[in-house]
Design a protein around this ligand. Sequence first.
Ligand code: NAG
Ligand code: NAG
Ligand code: NAG
Ligand code: NAG
Ligand code: NAG
Length: 489
Amino acid sequence: MRINRVALFGFIIALSGGLLSFCWNVIFNFVLSKTIRLTPGSSLTKQWKDPEVPLYTDIYLFNWTNPEQLYDENFVPNVVELGPYSFRDVFSRVNVKWNKNKTVSFRRRRFWYFDPTRSARPLSDNITLINPVALSAAHVSRFNNYLLQLSVSGALKVTGQKLWITGTAGEVLFDGYDDPLVKIASKLVKNEGVTYDKFGFFYMKNGSSVTEGYFNVNTGEDDFTKIGIMRYWNYMNRTDFYQADCGMINGSDGSFYPPGNPKEKPIEMYTVDFCRTLKFHYVDDREVEGIPSYRYVGTKMLLDSGELDPENWCFCGGECLPPGVLNISSCARGAPVFISYPHFLHADPYYLKQVRGLDPSEEKHQFHIIVEPTTGFPLEVTGRFQFNFMLQPNENIGMYSKVPRVLFPVLWCEEIARITPEFASGLKLLLAVPTIGLCLSLALVVIGLILLAVAFMRIKRNRRDQNGQQMYSMVNTKPLEDQRRHPLT
Ligand SMILES: *[C@@H]1O[C@H](CO)[C@@H](O)[C@H](O)[C@H]1NC(C)=O
Ligand SMILES: *[C@@H]1O[C@H](CO)[C@@H](O)[C@H](O)[C@H]1NC(C)=O
Ligand SMILES: *[C@@H]1O[C@H](CO)[C@@H](O)[C@H](O)[C@H]1NC(C)=O
Ligand SMILES: *[C@@H]1O[C@H](CO)[C@@H](O)[C@H](O)[C@H]1NC(C)=O
Ligand SMILES: *[C@@H]1O[C@H](CO)[C@@H](O)[C@H](O)[C@H]1NC(C)=O
């Protein structure tokens, strides 16, 4: 009887090991669904609210060095890239509100701290740029009637606007510089309760929780593959900045990508700065802190407006330009702002011919995101975009009546984030669960088989022993009596 019990035990262990090895994926998915979701107080939520990932924004400014040649025939602007002016970012999600419908609402806040050790240049650099304020005023009035354009023309003259401005790097970025036109406008218009009394590309953004808008995203509680997906931005699920599908708010807000996303499917991120969803395509496999992952990049397709992919027609916003530049003027309060990759990487050669001083390189200027595919966590992000202003003639506005049409590169930004080794080891542990499970089930199978083998060997030996004892008992009967009394020893 005891031999059979060992055999049965071994059989059960081996069987459960075998079954476990098959259903381990189910168990792992269960573990993932419990780990990859935002719930108040969880450690993932803590990371999501106040990411510990070191974040940097590197900004490069294009100093315009030949403004006095603007009216020359065949004018081509000369620009010199200056930078990086490097900032350490402290990013957090604030006003977090948990909703009953398995979504969470929040605002985003970012502080920038100048980091002189990472920077190549001081913020006191003197920079010459195309005048963004006057250009925006002229652009906004372009489709208005003649009289309004005349008054804008007059206002530009009275406030002493020039075609270009000079200021320090610090002023044109964060501190803002005084501009009489902005002063007047600030008395008339307020945006999200913020008064812009100066002009700077990042003026009033430092530490503000209102400039990026109000977000509503999935918590992933009902379906962890949809964690972090945008549902509403400023209480809307689409924007009016682009027509048709181009105005849809899709994808994540940048913190998570869909777990288990297949390579063929591009990942999507909604960017507030461009008021649109960006799609990134898989290119190759990478390893970050020893974690195998997928690399996605910004391709030509991302900044196309219908020439490469007809579906992108709705990003034209007026006149369709050659591919490689996106018109975000509707999202930039009417300023003639156009987005491209730095140095017009991947753009139509048309743009590079218009400026001197640029030198695109994939290594330095490509936008990439490296994602761990099972969990969808971004491990390394290098977000790179260039902001350009379009100068174009307008005969009703005095100062712009005789200018050429040129797309001016003004600055490009590089946002860099990479997970810490500590976060990586936590993630590795989670990712090791299937391997641990497989080893565990294999170990169970082996233990079970050993027990079975032992049991069978014992049965065999017992049979042999019994045979021997029977022979022996012909000589001496005493052991046989013992055997009968303890039949299983
Ligand atoms: C930027 O260009 C102007 C000429 O337009 C020049 O005077 C100035 O020194 C340049 N700034 C730097 C930091 O090189
Ligand atoms: C979920 O509920 C909140 C609060 O009632 C609301 O603001 C949000 O728009 C809702 N989100 C969705 C996707 O229905
Ligand atoms: C942003 O704000 C913080 C806190 O007010 C300040 O310490 C920091 O210098 C500011 N950064 C910039 C670039 O102005
Ligand atoms: C967008 O929101 C409206 C109401 O706010 C809703 O009727 C519509 O179904 C939503 N569309 C999508 C795609 O979620
Ligand atoms: C850019 O978009 C704005 C707003 O949609 C439009 O008025 C303007 O004509 C566009 N500019 C070009 C050059 O396409």
